[in-house]
Write a protein that binds this ligand. Sequence first.
Ligand code: ADP
Length: 360
Amino acid sequence: MAKNFRRIGVLTSGGDAPGMNAAVRAVTRAAIDKGVEVVGIYEGYKGLIHDNMKVFKDTDVSNIINIAGTALYSDRCLEFKTEEGMQKAIATCRENQIDGIVAIGGDGTFRGATDLSVRGIPTIGIPGTIDNDITSTDYSIGYDTAMNTVVECVDRLRDTCESHARLNVIEVMGRNAGYIALNTGIACGATAIVLKEIAFDEEAAIADIIAAKKKGKRNFIVIVAEGAVPVDEKDYSEKLTKRIEAKTGIECKFCRLAHVVRGGNPTLRDRVLASQMGAAAVDLLLEGKSNLVVCVRDDKLTSMEITHALKLDRMYKGTLKEGDLDGYSAETIAEMQAFCDKKLDAMKKLYETARAISVH
Ligand code: ADP
């Protein structure tokens, strides 16, 4: 309970995402409101190992709710994955009287959070990644902002495509997840969307483009998720652009939006989500909970045990490891499978809708 907590540490780790700052602010203010001190840990787990941190007053997180990136900085810290590094991190926590940690990041960050939890440092994860590739939550912090940035960029490309009767292939981030590509594809009126999760019929897409051109359509948008790019096929999107041009006779351009999508002021949705998740993470720690990831499902704030969430993730991505489901009842496995199937079905339905409402 709160009286046993002296200090909560907060860190951001892995890839940055707009809204991380809003989460740091919420953790800080919510903890101080409950009479608990907060330590801002710089550069993710690296700062925990090397004792790079600062006790925060509530005003130390002023003027960051609207800014992307992370004021606590981030780092991909390999040392933290070693037992030696982990022990150094735990020693830093003890020396600084840190009784619990809120770790904001993606699945790598959560694996680190579990490692801390099982070694006696209660840790709660908050999903902060533009990719929305955390299976246990419907939304992660930064996803909404990233999609809105893609929409703004693609709308601009579309303007010029219309003038010149061109097609633009646009590759967007999302790691192995196609959420950004699918949703922005719909929002930008894409003629074709290429995802890893759903087989892409290139010939059918080209036939659709030719049919739409015959009806007088002048601008064409094709969105490719970076995860759809085969690992052994360098420049897949550029080559796809050339193939479409050769087969349709339409002038085709290629654009990779890349990291531009990671910046920009967080949207209202990301700021509110980050604020809610930050406050919820503090509540969970003060309730004595550990090794949980804060999630939002069906518009309700909830949480899931991280170890379970990571297995659910692997089930969804088809990367389950030997022994992952040992000890799980047949009923639990069926529930996990149903959860994953529901997610994928929703994606397939949206993909079908995207094609149905495009000119073809
Ligand atoms: P993300 O959190 O966005 O998935 P990473 O995969 O880079 O980003 O993970 C962020 C950090 O979390 C890593 O740099 C490392 O310090 C820590 N981490 C990742 N995987 C593990 C692991 N298996 N055990 C302990 N810590 C890990």
